[in-house]
Design a binder for this molecule. Structure first.
Ligand SMILES: Cc1cc2nc3c(=O)[nH]c(=O)nc-3n(C[C@H](O)[C@H](O)[C@H](O)COP(=O)(O)OP(=O)(O)OC[C@H]3O[C@@H](n4cnc5c(N)ncnc54)[C@H](O)[C@@H]3O)c2cc1C
Length: 343
């Protein structure tokens, strides 16, 4: 059994009530008919759930990762599609703009994303670049004050629905990870179209799309990671993103267990409910233990993420303070660290 503190427990209860009332009732139909969960995203935006980890000044809830994983678990329990859309939007599309974006990029997109007026997506995967993220071939060529993008992405969650997509590209595929950069590309930009939308077995109310870039002009101000920074930033983004996907898996598993418990209570065989048989109890006990263990791991990862951001920033700022004015130039390695650990 995982123990939440009072405040986290009351947040969980609030999200659970919302999810059971507003998200769960339509989940099965949306999944069966493959209808994009747009209405759920609008409802979640009204609850603040499209910007859980973004500070209030930018339109978010200003909460930490532990709250974020609690919310993802509860939403995923009600609807796995809405869970993945929420996870991608919050942690790998919106958060990177807050964490690493220039003031200009934040002004352009952050408030709209954190309040859910706009939907975000994250486009790294290509046919030859799956686990090997450094094999990206989508090309970005600098021409004056903009980049020209050519290439295609596959398996992009909500890629065909999102208003802003973070696109990984390379200035030269031969450079591998050293050539990678990230650009924010807007829906509707000339030359940006969609190919195959995957016909998936599950999470069918979330789309998984191929994106095509044919001489797409992206203004230079839309750069999130410059050439050579894209790969490291991508890994850092995925570190956070995976915690949310872990929470999503816990929510889906818990929903399956809850359904099974309901069923074994109702189903009568040999004159008694299935729950009375020891073999059934063993199966449920094992599933429950595994889910609790997974939830603990997810919360451990979320707590470390919260602590690292805080501890890293505090330690570095102390070092910088102790070194007085010598601690300020950008070239010093600890002040570079400070910029990196800024939450
Ligand atoms: C529903 C869904 C949504 C997605 N959403 C997004 C998204 O929003 N944005 C995005 O960019 N991508 C997205 N993806 C793509 C996803 O990130 C990739 O599927 C993932 O990176 C793995 O790549 P791959 O599928 O090409 O598998 P591969 O890289 O081809 O791997 C196949 C198998 O080989 C194993 N393997 C690979 N390399 C090694 C190795 N070195 N050692 C041992 N085993 C290895 C893998 O673990 C896997 O089991 C999505 C995928 C799905 C299914």
């Amino acid at each position: 059994m995982f123990i939440y503190d009072d405040e986290l427990e009351s947040f969980r209860r609030r999200v659970r009530e919302f999810a059971e009332k507003e998200i769960a009732p339509e989940a099965e139909r949306l999944d069966r008919e493959g209808i994009f969960a747009r209405e759920n995203l609008k409802k979640m935006a009204r609850e603040g759930l499209m910007g859980v980890i973004i500070p209030k000044e930018w339109g978010g809830m200003g909460l930490d990762y532990r709250h974020y994983v609690v919310a993802i678990e509860e939403i995923s329990k009600a609807c796995s599609s809405t869970g993945v859309l929420m996870a991608v939007h919050n942690s790998v599309a919106t958060y990177p703009i807050y964490r690493w974006g220039s003031e200009r990029l934040k002004e352009k997109y952050l408030k709209d994303l954190a309040t859910g007026r706009k939907l975000g997506a994250f486009a790294l995967t290509e046919p030859q670049a799956g686990s090997d993220a450094s094999a990206v071939r989508t090309r970005a060529v600098k021409e004056g004050d903009h980049y020209v993008l050519n290439g295609n992405k596959v398996f992009i969650t909500a890629g065909n629905e999102a208003d802003v997509v973070l696109v990984f590209a390379t200035t030269d595929p031969k450079k591998g990870r050293d050539g990678m950069l990230i650009l924010a590309v807007e829906k509707g930009t000339e030359g940006f179209t969609y190919g195959t939308i995957e016909d998936k077995m599950g999470m069918r109310a979330s789309t998984t799309a191929e994106l095509v870039f044919d001489n797409v002009e992206v203004p230079e101000e839309n750069i999130l990671a410059s050439e050579g920074e894209g790969f490291q930033m991508g890994l850092a983004i995925l570190d956070g993103g995976r915690i949310g996907i872990g929470a999503q898996a816990v929510g889906i598993a818990q929903a399956a267990l809850d359904e099974s418990i309901k069923y074994v209570n109702e189903r009568i065989q040999f004159g008694k409910p299935l729950r009375k048989f020891q073999a059934t109890q063993w199966m449920l006990a094992e599933a429950s233990t595994r889910i609790d263990a997974s939830r603990l791991l997810v919360h451990h990862a979320a707590t470390l993420k919260d602590m690292c951001s805080y501890t890293g920033a505090t330690a570095i700022s102390q070092v910088a303070r102790l070194r007085g004015s010598i601690g300020t130039p950008r070239s010093r390695k600890y002040t570079r660290g400070q910029a990196k650990s800024r939450k």
